[in-house]
Design a protein around this ligand. Structure first.
Ligand SMILES: C[S@@+](CC[C@H](N)C(=O)[O-])C[C@H]1O[C@@H](n2cnc3c(N)ncnc32)[C@H](O)[C@@H]1O
Length: 429
């Protein structure tokens, strides 16, 4: 028989490299502000302001000062991770926890529900303390927490909040869906051909459900910038033809898988897909995106600036068939690095031209992704083949790629909130 551990004690520990905090601190102070606002409790923000009055302006600080701020933040981060492990990571968020240093120097970590004593729930337990130890050595910070299990009052409060937050996300998504459906119905009226927009409600419902869990706004630090890019584009009169959120995330994940450092996009619109890719790619990656419409370019640049990505994304104005050959020359002359991820999403009649030009400036094993190749099945519709240059352009691409020994490719059909479509995924050999 095994004797159980006799004490109702739980431990948690965490280690973090200070450089992980220092990195966002260097090039862009806005990122640091966002990071601090995301994980520090308000009282910890006050502590930080007191200790490092100019921390919000790292450009003014010398390297050693920046490192001190990063080390302080790393201590808070590690302590909170350790506390989540000791208590209940599924219930707790970083901002429910705060590290507190007493006047004598003793350090505690507190699970703080934020309920004030003058609140009617004052007779319930609203805060719980655990012991924490934080140590720094060179580039690393380590924290260990020892705690008794979370009090039932706190568990109940956090559980209620979690359900409310989940309901809010579902609600936010429903509002977004409504907005999209209104735009879609306007398009249907405009073209007076509802059959072109038929949509099985299950597709949007599945997107709504999965997005609630996998694209939850509170878990996506870039949610606000992406939502701004989408809404601002529609508000400024751009057509509602950007990638949808799950597709944006798919692109971002592709970029992470391939480790792309130099991305090419044809068809910027309001920069929505470019922003998703840039967030997936990391700070050292660059995206060149081509847009023929000057107003689209202007709105895209506004959205990109708002996302803090102006240094990472360059929008080139012009027709793809004119701009791409100049890029090919630059790559051949060594003035421009070859691309290692390509997203083609512009005028579909030129798909093959874009593909051929892109192929001249990519590294082996580059992923080339071409969007909207199925178009509700019109890819194989006899009338569309004869009358719609977007369909004949896409068929020319698929047939040429099928004969090209330098690439391997597949078309995947998709159904989603944006109806029935598909993409072609190729890899350059
Ligand atoms: C489907 S939208 C791009 C959507 C964007 N990739 C996204 O997911 O957010 C296509 C864009 O290509 C642009 N475009 C159309 N013809 C073009 C051309 N010949 N050269 C470059 N861009 C073009 C359009 O103005 C439009 O902004």
């Amino acid at each position: 028989m095994r004797a159980p551990f006799p004490l109702a004690l739980r431990i948690g520990s965490d280690i973090i490299a200070t450089n992980r905090i220092l990195c966002p601190l260097k090039p862009d102070s806005k990122r640091l502000n966002r990071l601090a606002a995301r994980f520090l409790h308000d009282k910890e923000l006050d502590d930080l302001n007191r200790r490092f009055p100019d921390w919000r302006n790292p450009e003014l600080q010398v390297e050693s000062k920046r490192r001190n701020v990063a080390t302080w933040l790393a201590g808070r981060w590690a302590a909170k991770e350790a506390a989540k492990k000791a208590w209940d990571a599924t219930l707790l968020s970083f901002r429910d926890l705060r590290v507190e240093t007493e006047i004598g120097g003793a350090v505690h970590i507190i699970c703080d529900t934020g309920i004030q004593p003058d609140d009617e729930s004052y007779n319930r337990v609203t805060e719980q303390v655990a012991q924490v130890s934080i140590s720094h050595d060179g580039d690393y910070t380590i924290a260990a927490v020892i705690a008794t299990p979370l009090h039932q009052d706190i568990k109940a409060e956090l559980g209620t909040r979690r359900s409310e937050a989940e309901a809010k996300v579902v609600n936010q998504y429903a509002v977004l869906q409504d907005k999209r459906h209104t735009i879609l119905s306007k398009m249907v009226q405009k073209f007076n051909d509802p059959s072109r927009y038929e949509q099985d409600p299950r597709w949007a419902a599945v997107d709504a459900y999965t997005s609630t869990h996998l694209l939850a706004p509170e878990r996506n630090p870039h949610h606000e910038a992406l939502e701004f890019a989408y809404s601002n584009s529609v508000a400024k009169g751009l057509p509602d033809i950007a990638s949808y959120p799950a597709q944006g995330k798919f692109l971002s994940i592709q970029v992470q898988i391939t480790g792309a450092k130099n991305i090419l996009e044809v068809g910027t619109l309001g920069g929505y897909s470019a922003i998703w890719m840039a967030y997936g790619a990391g700070l050292e990656t660059h995206i060149t995106t081509i847009e023929v419409d000057a107003h689209h370019k202007e709105v895209a640049e506004e959205n990109i600036a708002r996302a803090g990505l102006s240094a990472q994304i360059t929008v080139l104005l012009g027709r793809g068939v004119d701009v791409l050959p100049t890029l090919v020359e630059e790559v051949k002359a060594g003035k421009q690095a070859p691309f290692d991820f390509v997203f083609i999403d512009a005028d579909k009649q030129n798909n093959l031209a874009y593909f051929d030009l892109a192929l001249q400036m990519v590294k082996p094993r580059t992923c080339i992704y071409v969007d909207n190749v199925v178009r509700r099945g019109r890819l194989v519709d006899e009338t569309a083949i004869k009358e719609d240059p977007r369909i004949s352009g896409t068929r020319a691409l698929i047939e040429a790629v099928g004969k090209n020994d330098k690439v391997d490719a597949v078309v995947i059909q998709t159904c989603s909130e944006k109806n029935y479509d598909g993409f072609m995924l190729c890899v350059a050999k």
